[in-house]
Design a protein around this ligand. Structure first.
Ligand SMILES: [Mg+2]
Length: 129
């Protein structure tokens, strides 16, 4: 006999948009963030399309260095758009690129996590936001 908890069905997992040109990062997040529903984009342009297609994204994890459209350009567009500007953005910060992180925070990012990051650190930042 099949038991379906309808209440549980009604609880949608939080949606996180992962924007990074590194396939490895996407795979890592798939493992670390199993309890969330992940949407994957590999540059800023694709990420903007994803935002347009999914009205209910709760959080954005954002790389800075990407082809076509950088994370900073993407962030500026998100913050300039009333439909998206409230979505918290977490910068995935690369060692040695601290200025990018600072610029991202100045542009409205809510937080950053430093690569390499641990599971715990990542979940703490996400839960906080
Ligand atoms: Mg990158």
């Amino acid at each position: 006999m099949h038991c379906v908890d309808t209440q549980e069905d009604e609880v949608q997992p939080r949606k996180i948009l992962v924007v990074d040109d590194s396939k490895l990062i996407h795979k890592m997040f798939e493992v670390l963030l199993r309890q969330f529903s992940l949407i994957h984009a590999h540059d800023g342009i694709e990420a903007l399309q994803c935002l347009g297609n999914h009205a209910d994204i709760d959080l954005i994890l954002l790389d800075i260095n990407m082809p076509r459209m950088s994370g900073l350009e993407f962030l500026n567009q998100v913050k300039a758009d009333q439909a998206f500007q409230e979505i918290p953005v977490v910068i995935i910060s690369t060692e040695g690129k601290e200025e990018d992180t600072i610029r991202g925070l100045e542009a409205g990012a809510a937080a950053y996590i430093k690569k390499p990051f641990g599971n715990q650190e990542l979940l703490e930042v996400i839960q906080r936001l």
